[in-house]
Write a protein that binds this ligand. Structure first.
Ligand SMILES: Cc1cc2nc3c(=O)[nH]c(=O)nc-3n(C[C@H](O)[C@H](O)[C@H](O)COP(=O)(O)OP(=O)(O)OC[C@H]3O[C@@H](n4cnc5c(N)ncnc54)[C@H](O)[C@@H]3O)c2cc1C
Length: 495
């Protein structure tokens, strides 16, 4: 396989600089390959204070950058999962955690699955997800998921990051490795006789020619939509949120190791703890609440007055019909956006670029393979997020009632829910679906158990069906957690 010779990336947000680093890592050793990134600093990037999945850890391993080099520069904290607060008043607990699963969980996950099955059969057994999975316990104890030397299990975790600082850091790494950085506003794209993109045209009239273009221009989608007119498939029929109001606040104590997603009157608000600030934002549906009312609700929840400015954003949820079209790959917000409830956007950026590098050749077959794989992943993420809204038992506003009432559910999601409520085997159902869901069966167990999606208890208490007690899961995980440091200790070790 011969890589494209002149690769031009449009956009210097998180997507652009991640793409630049992966491409220079994969193909930068070839003297015939030149990678240029063009961005207009005046346009700015999204950067709201993002949470990642464990794929960001893998990314830094792939590009060979250590945590001690990048984490302090990006004000990053460790993230072991997301806590959902106030989403389901009918659940037996006010909140639950969806932790990243780790190798340690292979010792406890069977007990979780068995208890979920027994609870679906009407037995009174313990099914709170946090208590079966190591990262759930680390979240409760505020411990960093950093293992001591010789710890025999691999621990998965992500990070909370300042995306602006991450972009700056990744730019330095990419430029040091040979990526050419140009600051210019792109106003047009010229085309070849066959319809491919030939060059980007800047506002100073310069042409930046290329053989392959990566569109990381954010919601503007300058190339994939502006030049190539690839349609957008919206998800608005089952994901209603299309706006956010963002308001950072000062740190108020040692940063926790989890994101908190708290249900609000017409959406939910995130709390993302960085080292220098707390990222807060309220994601809501503009059809149900005005921007002013959303801002007022967020201010009241945070207890902050007008002295702290608010930033308002609008977004479109959905995906491109094709992410790779002709000689252009859309990556990041230009390729689509599933609302940020599970913080999967950067994850999908990584997936997209990795798939492209793995499959790249100049054939239509490679293009179709990559397009189909990315579409499956985005729709898998969408289904899981739709399930959050479908399973919530909040009914206090028109927004939550409309969410619970939506019947716009994909077939894979309907089959999964049907399997759960028929007391079937979720892992088997996911395998039957070809493991197309982005989330594994433990994540689905967390979601369904977390929201208390069970029939009423109908059996008299019996010790022999509760594997949480029988297998002494709490004591086992408490013992494992003794190996992990407080996050402040882990930060000190990074210096
Ligand atoms: C409310 C909200 C919350 C989010 N939370 C999370 C989260 O928790 N976790 C997560 O993984 N993701 C999250 N995301 C998504 C995440 O912020 C983005 O996916 C990620 O930052 C990538 O953005 P991007 O690089 O595609 O676009 P942007 O950050 O918008 O960057 C676009 C770039 O293109 C350049 N550009 C645009 N037009 C031109 C032009 N004509 N000429 C030259 N340059 C141009 C701009 O200068 C900029 O450099 C969230 C998004 C939103 C809206």
């Amino acid at each position: 396989m011969i890589p494209p010779r002149r690769i031009v990336i449009l956009g210097g947000g998180t997507a652009g600089w991640i793409a630049a680093n992966l491409l220079v890592r994969a193909w930068g050793g070839d003297p015939d390959v030149a990678i240029t990134l063009v961005e207009a600093p005046a346009i700015g990037t999204i950067g709201v204070g993002e949470g990642s999945t464990p794929s960001l850890k893998r990314f830094f391993e792939v590009i060979g950058v250590a945590e001690r080099d990048w984490m302090p520069r990006c004000q990053a904290t460790y993230k072991v999962g997301i806590r959902f607060v106030g989403w389901s008043p009918a659940a037996p607990w006010p909140d639950y955690s969806h932790p990243f699963t780790t190798q340690v969980d292979t010792q406890t996950d069977e007990a979780f699955v068995l208890n979920c099955r027994n609870r679906r059969l009407g037995h009174d057994v313990w099914v709170r997800p946090d208590d079966f999975l190591l990262n759930g316990l680390l979240a409760a104890q505020g411990k960093a998921p950093v293992t001591p030397p010789h710890f025999p299990f691999r621990i998965e975790y992500g990070y909370h990051i300042d995306a602006g600082l991450l972009g700056d850091y990744l730019r330095e790494v990419a430029v040091a490795r040979g990526v050419i950085h140009r600051a210019a506003r792109v106003v047009d794209a010229t085309r070849t006789a066959t319809g491919d993109i030939a060059a980007l045209v800047t506002d100073r009239g310069e042409a930046i020619a290329g053989d392959f273009f990566i569109d990381c221009s954010g919601f503007a989608a300058t190339l994939i939509e502006g030049a190539l007119d690839v349609p957008f498939h919206g998800f608005a029929d089952n994901l209603f949120n299309d706006a956010a109001v963002v308001m950072p606040t000062e740190p108020d104590g040692p940063p926790p190791v989890e994101t908190v997603a708290t249900a609000q009157s017409n959406g939910w608000r995130w709390r993302i703890p960085l080292r220098h600030r707390i990222g807060n934002g309220y994601v809501y549906a503009s059809a149900f609440q005005s921007a002013d009312a959303a801002e007022a609700e967020l201010r009241a929840a945070l207890g902050v007055d007008e002295a702290i400015p608010a930033r308002h954003l609008r977004f479109r949820v959905g995906r491109r019909a094709r992410h790779w079209e002709r000689n252009c790959l859309a990556v990041g917000l230009s390729q689509g956006f599933v609302e940020p409830l599970e913080a999967t956007a950067i994850h999908l950026v990584l997936n997209t670029v990795e798939l492209f590098i793995r499959h790249y050749d100049a054939t239509a077959r490679a293009r179709d393979t990559v397009n189909a794989a990315i579409t499956t992943r985005i729709e898998g993420v969408r289904d899981y997020i739709v399930a959050h809204y479908k399973l919530t038992t909040r009914a206090d506003t028109e927004y939550w009632r409309a969410n619970a009432a939506t019947m716009a559910l994909s077939d894979p999601l309907l089959h999964l829910l049907d399997c759960w409520f028929r007391r079937g085997d979720l892992a088997g159902e996911l395998a039957r679906q070809g493991d197309r869901s982005h989330f594994g069966h433990l994540s689905w167990h967390c979601l369904l158990a977390g929201y208390g999606a069970f029939p009423p208890i109908s059996e008299p208490p019996r010790d022999d069906v509760d594997f949480f007690t029988q297998r002494r899961i709490a004591a086992f995980l408490q013992g494992c957690a003794l190996n992990f440091p407080a996050q402040a200790v882990a930060f000190a070790a990074l210096r």
